[in-house]
Ligand binder design. Structure first.
Ligand code: ADP
Length: 547
C-alpha cells in the first residue's frame, strides 16, 4: 500500500476538509436562525447563505475527491495483491492445486483478497476520519455548551455498543451467507457439468432437489441478514430521537432562562447529529477488521504454500535431449505405497521409448517427474547428464514439450491456441505447424478459419481434431524432448490412423517418451518398456523391455 501513500494522505486531508465544512454549515445554520429568522432582518441572510453554499460546495468537492482517491487506492491494492497471490498459485505444482478445493481457492483469490484491503486501506482511513469526526464535533459541542454536551455524550457508548453487537451478528451471518452462496454455486456447477449423466439416469429430481435445498438455506440466511440490518437502523434512530428530545427539553429550559439562543440550540443539535455516525462507524470497524484479518490469514496461508519443487539455477545451452532415469522412486503425499519404484531408463537423444503397462503402473507419474511437477523420492532424472533438480524450471520446461492425456483447448481462437506453444511465434509458423499436424484443412473449413473462437474446452471440435490442434501447439514449441501421455486415448481406429502421420512428424528427431496403450503407436518406438503393476508385492521386475 506504500506506493499509494499520497492517495491515502489525500483521503485524510479531504476528510479533514469535509469535516470542517460540515462544522461551518452547522455553525452558519445557527447564525441564520439567530440573526435572520428570529430578527426578521433579511439583508443579513445573503452573506450567511453564500458562506453556507460555499462550505457545502467545498465540502462536497472534498468528499468527491476523497472517495475517488480512496477507491483508486483500494482497488489498486486489491488488483496488486490478487496478481501477487495468483502469480504464486500458478507456480505451485499441479498436484498441490489439485488437492485444494477449487471453490475455496477462487474465494481466496476474490472475496478474501478484497477484504484484506480493509486492513491496510479503507479500515485505517475510516478510523482516521471517524476519530476526526468524533473529536471535532465533540469538541465543538463541548465549547458550545459543555453541560449539554456531557449529557448527550452519555448516548455515545450505547450507540457504540449497539453497533458492535449488531455488527458481530451481521458479520457471522455474512460469513454464513458467503458459505451457502458458495455451496449453491458448487451444486449448480456440478449438476450442469454432469447434465448428460443426470438425464441418462433420470436423476433430474435429485439435482434439482440439491439445488433447491442449498438455495433454500441461502434464502433463509439472506432473510436473517435483512432482519438484522433492518432492526439496527430503527434502533439507532430511537436512541437518537431520545437524545434529541433530551437536548430539546434541556435546551428549552435554558432558552427560557436566557442562557441559550434558539440558534445556539439548533447548532448544538446539528453537531450531535454529525457526532453519532462516526461513533457507530468506529463500532463497526473493530468487527470488519476482525473479519478482514481472517481473510488475511486465508490469503497468507495460500502464499505460505510452498511449491513442491525448488527452482534450480543451471541453464542449458543447446540441449541434445539425452534422457536418463536412475532408479527413480516416487510416492504421492499421503499415499501408502509407491507409485514408482526403482525405475531406470535411458532414452538416447533423438530416440523414442514407448512406455506401456497396466493402469496404475505409474506411467502418468513418470510424466509428472519428467516435467518436474514433483521430484522423485529416490533416484535421479538427468537431461544431458544434468540432474533436473539442478536446472532452472524455465530451462527444463523450455526444452520439454508435454502432450497431456487430456487435451486442453483454451478459450480463444485456433490461432491463439496454437500460438500458446511459444511466445512470439509467427503466423507462417502457426500454419506450417497446423499443416504438419494435419489440422490445417479442417481449421480452414471452420466459420472464421484460424480466427474461429473455440468454445470452452474446445467443445465444438471432435476428439481427434482437438488432439491435432494440440500437436500443432506442440510442434511450434520445437523443444528437443517430447513427453506424450496416451495421445490416442478415447479416439477410434480411424482417428488414430489420422493421428499417426502428425505424431511421427512431431516425434521426428526428438527424444520422446511415449506413454501408450496402443500397440500401433508403440510400434513407432525404438524400444518398448513395460512398467509393472502391483508394486505392493515388490517381487516382480518393475521394468521389462522388448526390442
Ligand atoms: P498410470 O498412469 O500408469 O495409470 P499413475 O501414474 O496415474 O498410473 O498412478 C500410479 C499410482 O499412483 C497408482 O497406484 C495411483 O493410484 C497412484 N496415484 C496417482 N495419482 C495420485 C495422487 N494424486 N495421489 C495419490 N496417489 C496417486
Amino acid at each position: 500500500m506504500r506506493v499509494d501513500k499520497w492517495k491515502l494522505i489525500g483521503v485524510t486531508v479531504s476528510a479533514l476538509v469535509t469535516t470542517g465544512c460540515e462544522l461551518a454549515g452547522v455553525w452558519v445554520f445557527g447564525r441564520i436562525t439567530d440573526d435572520v429568522l428570529t430578527t426578521g432582518i433579511l439583508a443579513a441572510l445573503i452573506p450567511l447563505a453564500l458562506f453556507w453554499l460555499g462550505a457545502a460546495i467545498l465540502g462536497g468537492a472534498a468528499q468527491f475527491v476523497g472517495s475517488w482517491l480512496s477507491a483508486s487506492a483500494a482497488e489498486g491494492f486489491v488488483a496488486r495483491l490478487r496478481d501477487h497471490v495468483f502469480g504464486h498459485v500458478v507456480r505451485l505444482s499441479p498436484g498441490t492445486i489439485d488437492r485444494m478445493e477449487h471453490g475455496d481457492l477462487i474465494a481466496r483469490l476474490t472475496d478474501d483478497v478484497e477484504e484484506v484491503e480493509e486492513i491496510v486501506g479503507s479500515g485505517p482511513v475510516r478510523a482516521v476520519s471517524s476519530v476526526l469526526g468524533v473529536v471535532s464535533f465533540g469538541v465543538a459541542a463541548l465549547i458550545l455548551r459543555w453541560e449539554l454536551a456531557l449529557l448527550t455524550f452519555a448516548a455515545a457508548p450505547v450507540l457504540w455498543f449497539a453497533a458492535r453487537r449488531f455488527s458481530r451478528r451481521i458479520g457471522a451471518v455474512a460469513d454464513d451467507e458467503r458459505r451457502t452462496n458458495g455451496a449453491v454455486t458448487a451444486v449448480v456447477e456440478e449438476s450442469v457439468s454432469a447434465v448428460a449423466l443426470v438425464q441418462a439416469y433420470n436423476r433430474e429430481d435429485l439435482v434439482t432437489g440439491r439445488v433447491a435445498s442449498a438455495g433454500g438455506r441461502w434464502a433463509r440466511i439472506r432473510i436473517a441478514q435483512a432482519r438484522l440490518s433492518g432492526a439496527y437502523g430503527p434502533l439507532v434512530s430511537v436512541v437518537e430521537t431520545l437524545c434529541v428530545l433530551a437536548i430539546v427539553g434541556v435546551g428549552a429550559w435554558e432558552i427560557g432562562a436566557g442562557r441559550l439562543t434558539l440558534g445556539g440550540l439548533l447548532t448544538f443539535a446539528g453537531l450531535i447529529s454529525y457526532l453519532y455516525p462516526p461513533v457507530q462507524s468506529l463500532g463497526h470497524l473493530a468487527l470488519s477488521l476482525a473479519s478482514a484479518r481472517a481473510a488475511g490469514e486465508r490469503v497468507t496461508e495460500l502464499l505460505d504454500t510452498a511449491p513442491e519443487v525448488t527452482d534450480g539455477a543451471r541453464r542449458l545451452g543447446a540441449v541434445r535431449g539425452d534422457l536418463e532415469l536412475c532408479s527413480v522412486g516416487y510416492r504421492y503425499p499421503g499415499a501408502t505405497r509407491d507409485a514408482l519404484r526403482g525405475l531406470s531408463l535411458h532414452v538416447p537423444a533423438g530416440r523414442t521409448v514407448a512406455v506401456v503397462g497396466p493402469s496404475g503402473a505409474g506411467k502418468s507419474t513418470l510424466t509428472k517427474l519428467l516435467l518436474r511437477y514433483a521430484d522423485p523420492a529416490s533416484g535421479r532424472l538427468l537431461l544431458d547428464g544434468v540432474d533436473l533438480r539442478d536446472l532452472s524450471l524455465d530451462a527444463l520446461r523450455d526444452n520439454v514439450t508435454l502432450l497431456p492425456q487430456e487435451t486442453t483447448i483454451l478459450h480463444g481462437t485456433v490461432r491463439e491456441n496454437i500460438a500458446f506453444g511459444r511466445p512470439g511465434v509467427t503466423d507462417a509458423e502457426i500454419v506450417a505447424a497446423a499443416v504438419a499436424a494435419d489440422a490445417d484443412a479442417f481449421v480452414r473449413r471452420l466459420p472464421d478459419g484460424y480466427d474461429t473462437v473455440l468454445g470452452d474446452r474446445g467443445r465444438f471440435l471432435s476428439g481427434g481434431q482437438r488432439q491435432r490442434v494440440a500437436i500443432a501447439r506442440a510442434l511450434v514449441r520445437d523443444a528437443p524432448v517430447l513427453v506424450l501421455d496416451e495421445p490416442t486415448t478415447g479416439l477410434d481406429a480411424a482417428a488414430v490412423r489420422r493421428l499417426l502421420g502428425p505424431l511421427r512428424r512431431l516425434m521426428a528427431g526428438r527424444t520422446t517418451v511415449l506413454i501408450t496403450h496402443d500397440l500401433r503407436l508403440a510400434a513407432e518406438a525404438d524400444r518398448v518398456v513395460t512398467l509393472g503393476g502391483d508394486l505392493g508385492k515388490g517381487s516382480r521386475p518393475l521394468v521389462t523391455e522388448s526390442a
